[in-house]
Design a binder for this molecule. Structure first.
Ligand code: 5GP
Ligand code: MN
Ligand code: MN
Length: 277
């Protein structure tokens, strides 16, 4: 039997900032009509708009973040419509990642799909390769991130579309090593992380299944290594809201509800703009 003393390890337990008057919101985001404090940058966070942007009331802000699932199937017509909507918005920067519904953005997924003769996604299977090979280039009104980063207003922002396998959609990967390898691509020093799916334990509860479905490798990467100031995601529509662990503020910005109704308002977060920018 080993006599080695038990090593102290940093705890993964989290401090929830919960507002007791509204148990569904752990911490209020900034009200849409609050003035932005001087020296701050205002981020307007959305995700899972699923080609239903018309009724969304967009608040004032500096930087728009969209955490994926902006279409239903990634059809080029949907991407064009989304890009037009982006073009109509006044933000200085608009940053977008893909989600599992942006099938055409996942080139490996598409290569597999057109080889097969089943029709899970008939309208996508019918697309000609030339109509989706450069689908990213349809997004002319934003900065599109896919396992890549950009610096705006002094904030280092990294975006990645991958999430745990669920019925074989785009950017699905098995839990464990495969996802960890994607998270290992995130450089140290990132201030704002955008992924499509949540980390385990943060706004990832699926009531119908009584399950937390977030990615544990993403949780470890965030809490033990990256420690960003802000993590924006969506994917689990039921998890819409804000949480914090003392280091990172977690935003599940799903605009659409479980029934794909665009009813949840965009979430506004103010962060102090890094000096010398
Ligand atoms: P979407 O199809 O828009 O990516 O996800 C919509 C809904 O599917 C989510 O709100 C959630 O109810 C369900 N869902 C997505 N991913 C998972 C998962 O990994 N596990 C479970 N149980 N449900 C999921
Ligand atoms: Mn979605
Ligand atoms: Mn999704």
């Amino acid at each position: 039997m080993s006599t080695a003393p038990i090593q102290h390890r940093p705890s993964l337990s989290t401090t929830l900032i919960r507002d007791v008057s509204n148990p569904h919101m752990y911490k209020y985001p900034v009200p849409h009509d609050a003035p932005r404090p001087p020296g701050y940058t205002r981020f307007v966070c959305v995700s899972d708009t699923h080609s239903r942007t018309d009724p969304i009331q967009m608040p004032y802000g500096d930087v728009l973040i969209h955490a994926g699932d902006f279409t239903e199937l990634g059809l080029p017509s949907e991407v064009k419509k989304f890009n037009e909507w982006l073009g109509s918005l006044p933000y200085e920067y608009k940053i977008v990642i893909a989600g599992n519904h942006e099938l055409t953005f996942d080139q490996e997924f598409m290569a597999d799909l057109i080889k097969q003769d089943f029709y899970y996604f008939p309208s996508v299977s019918k697309l000609k390769p030339e109509s989706y090979e450069n689908v990213q280039s349809l997004l002319t009104n934003c900065i599109y991130l896919q396992d890549s980063e950009v610096t705006v207003r002094g904030f280092r922002i990294y975006g990645s579309p991958w999430q745990p396998w669920f019925y074989g959609w785009g950017f699905n990967l098995p839990r464990g090593q495969a996802l960890l390898e994607k998270w290992n691509l995130i450089p140290d020093g990132i201030d704002i992380l955008i992924t499509h799916g949540p980390p385990l334990g943060f706004l990832d509860w699926v009531p119908k299944k009584m399950q937390r479905v977030g990615c544990v490798e993403l949780l470890n990467t965030i809490q033990r290594r990256i420690q960003p100031r802000l993590h924006v995601f969506g994917h689990i529509h039921e998890g819409y809201g804000v949480m914090a662990d003392g280091t990172t503020t977690y935003v599940n910005a799903s605009v659409c509800t479980m029934n794909y109704q665009p009813l949840n308002p965009p979430i506004v977060i103010d962060l102090p703009t890094p000096r010398n920018t």
